[in-house]
Write a protein that binds this ligand. Structure first.
Ligand code: CP
Ligand code: NVA
Length: 310
């Protein structure tokens, strides 16, 4: 049976994920040739935001417009999810009036609950646990710029948080080596790494406190903010803890010259990435941002227009 929602990378097989990536790369070409069909005429996507967003909001809304549909942005002050009414009621209302829901929330369970109650597809637009659309756009970018990534190594310098988890799971499923380089206390929970290994016994997944040795042989060096949305009160401690885990020319001197440098954005220059490294690798970093649009447009076409992920 086709999968109705896009909640977490772990919900899919390597063939399904690979299929979505190939589809997004092909659709991007068609779009650029002006040949991508507007396959969602009059369809409406409800977008729920408990946290701020630039890329997620603009890419989903633009994608719906390209496909001939429309998107409605709803903030917590508009709908009071869990306060004005429970998620299970909001999900059933939106799932009847609209054709799909994209949600960015703090709690991951909330997106799972929305999907459980909505008769229409629900897409995870980032939770505290995962950010699957970001990971897909990132690997799509790597494939576009470097071709097959099967034997490649992706080194993530930073917090073992939502973006890192989605990337780690996606790399495991696609046969890409994943290394998390982070300070003590910011590693993946043992439960998560056990889950990856249970899902993919062959997964090449490791963690280290030595970023400089980790980047040796890396095809992709990746980072994300040290202070995620909702962690603002921990900023002083995190900035202290992550000292030495910055992407900068010194670190990149240890990586292959042609390594791609990625960042999911927003970037905090002078913290997780140095200004000069950010600018030197801007082309790759902003291709990732653009690919949020291309990946999600294909995802929307599949979920809202083609009955789900087979
Ligand atoms: N990378 C990303 O999800 O960006 P926004 O938070 O701006 O949506
Ligand atoms: N880890 C970051 C990702 C932002 C796209 C956060 O959750 O704020």
């Amino acid at each position: 049976m086709a999968i109705k929602d896009f909640i977490d990378i772990a919900d899919f097989t390597p063939a399904q994920l690979g299929g979505l990536l190939d589809r997004a790369l092909a659709d991007k070409k068609l779009f650029r040739q002006g040949k991508l069909p507007a396959s969602l005429p009059h369809k409406v996507l409800a977008m729920i935001f408990e946290k701020p967003s630039l890329r997620t909001r603009v890419s989903f809304e633009t994608a719906m417009t390209h496909l001939g549909g429309h998107a409605i942005s709803l903030t917590q002050s508009d709908i009071g999810l869990g306060q004005r009414e429970p998620a299970q009621d909001a999900a059933r209302v939106l799932g009847r009036i609209c054709d799909g829901i994209m949600a960015r929330t703090f709690s991951h369970q909330l997106v799972v609950d929305l999907a459980g109650y909505s008769p229409r597809p629900v897409i995870n637009g980032l939770t505290d646990y995962s950010h699957p659309c970001q990971a897909m756009a990132d690997i799509m970018t790597g494939m576009e710029l470097r071709g097959d990534l099967k034997e490649a190594k992706l080194v993530f310098i930073g917090d073992g948080n939502n973006v890192a988890r989605s990337l780690a799971m996606l790399c495991a499923l696609l046969g890409i080596e994943f290394v998390l380089a982070c300070p003590k206390g910011y590693e993946f929970a043992a439960e998560f790494t056990a889950g990856v290994k249970a899902r993919c016994p062959q997964a090449r997944l490791s963690q280290t406190g030595e970023p400089l040795s980790a980047v040796k042989g890396a095809a992709i060096v990746y980072t994300d903010t040290w202070v995620s949305m909702g962690q603002e009160k921990e900023k002083a401690r995190r900035v202290k803890d992550f000292k030495g885990f910055q992407i900068n020319p010194h670190l990149l001197a240890g990586a292959p010259k042609d390594a791609l440098v990625m960042h999911c954005l927003p970037a905090y220059r002078g913290y997780e990435i140095a200004e000069e490294s950010m600018e030197a690798h801007a082309d790759c970093i902003f291709t990732e941002a653009e690919n949020r649009l291309h990946f999600q447009r294909s995802l929307l076409a599949v979920l809202l227009g083609e009955g789900g992920i087979e």
